[in-house]
Write a protein that binds this ligand. Sequence first.
Ligand code: PGA
Length: 250
Amino acid sequence: MRQPYIAGNWKMHKTIAETLSTIMALRKDLDKSGHKVMIAPPFTSLQAAAEALKGSSILLGAQNMAAEEQGAHTGEISVLMLKDAGAGVVILGHSERRSLYKEEDSLINKKVLLALKHALPVILCVGETLTQREQGQVEKVVGEQVEKGLAQVGAENLKMVTIAYEPVWAIGTGKNATPEDADAVHAFIRGLVGKLYSKQAAEDLIIQYGGSVKPDNVKALMSMPNIDGALVGGASLKPETFVPIVEFNK
Ligand code: PGA
């Protein structure tokens, strides 16, 4: 049985004070959640968030990471710094990193390998654009992102990897893939991981869906056999919407 894993990506939102008040509100409802829950505030809030999450089962994530351990990389944040600040997960390859900051699969793969080298679990995001979907290229695009993103990741480290399927056209747009369409891509990813690794690795892999997940559509998504969790953007910013998403089965 795969444990449901719901993650909140706060993107470039919330000051330290806002982070702390949101965490206080979330802890009231989610400290005893039977699901795996993660929130990823901006870098500047990580340390304060780590303090505020002491004793909570809510995991702390970062939204990105440099591809190098240290050095002359102005403006970048390293894996060592993330761990030092208290992050226990990192989101890599988010479509906003790919499209706005031109991150390519080879760079994302470098980051994945570096995070795993430092035992920092990863959420690797993949997903096609609307044009790619309309041209019938979903499996080609997503397959390549998965294969290149996981290049040289050993079987023993795959358990530290979660994949988030986020169709780019569904992120922040209010449009979401139908549960059936999303599940078909999840099944494809699982099959591919089965070929690249093993049947057992594919069976154990957590695949989150992301893109306009809301309290009113999460249940249908989570009822699909290959959807094991959600990576939530906009609706993760407020406890009123994030808590019901995490508690989708209550
Ligand atoms: P959204 O974002 O839920 O606001 O669509 C999802 C994401 O970018 O991870």
